[in-house]
Ligand binder design. Sequence first.
Ligand code: GRG
Length: 336
Amino acid sequence: MASSSSKLLVDKHVAYIQALAKNKDDLAYHLTTHLRLNAIYWGITALHILGRTDALDRNDVVDFVMSCWDDEAGAFGANPGHDAHVLGTLSGIQILVTYDALDRLDVDGKRTRVVDFLLSLRNDDGSFSGDAFGERDTRFLYCAVSALSLLGEREHLARIADPAVAHIQRCRNFDGGFGTDPGAESHSGQVWVCVSALAILDQLNEQTVDIPLLAWWLAERQLPSGGLNGRPEKLPDVCYSHWVLSSLAVLRRVSWIDGPLLERFILAAQDEEGGGLADRAGDMVDVFHTLFGITGLSLLGYPGLEDLDPVYCMPASVIEARGLRKDWLALPRRSA
Ligand code: GRG
């Protein structure tokens, strides 16, 4: 149901995420089996940005992450018994870092094995595959780079940087944006992974990104409704509040978006009764759009929220504590 509330319904959203962990009879639960670890990362990150870090039991979550370990590959799958993939592996590592539980990898050589897994995904052209089966996408490059950084693997990052940056450059288009592969259409999700990977590798500069051109392309994603789309001629969607705004935060240009108009678009997508946010007002909510609506609001300075690190899409305090903060800029936090 569309929301007429002009306020973020924090308690409702916390209850919605808590219920997701319990309602295992729902069809939606079974339809998202292949995304379980990603969904848990989306949920716990939303809770941290809402300031409700203890809304889920830390030990239960960390134990679930470890139950997704694929011992044959030496990395995380999306669910217990699933094959390892870089998407599940990044989510697993993000959750462990958020809960300060990376020491769970200091058993049976898991830390070395997961680093080996991430490095094994490199291709000769600097791109990364998602798993042993080989599909390539700039998303997978970001996941590997972010995971290695969160694991503190600075030397490995330095070694892979040049080919990875060269590959990202080949994915850059005439409009300033980036796609999944060389020649693929610019999409704001792919812009975020490329710009953030460059930031993690300390290679975000005027040579690698045409900052004014890209920021202009990103700002043009805002439609009269206030919502953002992922590419020209497409519908607005709450999730682009994250992909577009985070990219602009990394480029230090969030102010190029009409913040109050976007904020209204995001708040209208809340379910006032059951909690959670949808892609657009009136649609069904899900945890993916719930996270990315909340992270968008955080970057817009919405009162009472915790800061989001737009490079890692994790709580800024967690990234700062590990000494990983890059030079991004969000809008100042407003007082209530
Ligand atoms: C740590 C947050 C985080 C992510 C890990 C998987 C990944 C790295 C990033 C995904 C970036 C991306 C491509 C986001 C866009 C997702 C999306 C909603 C795609 C929809 O594409 P279309 O073509 O939709 O269905 P449009 O809106 O273009 O019509």
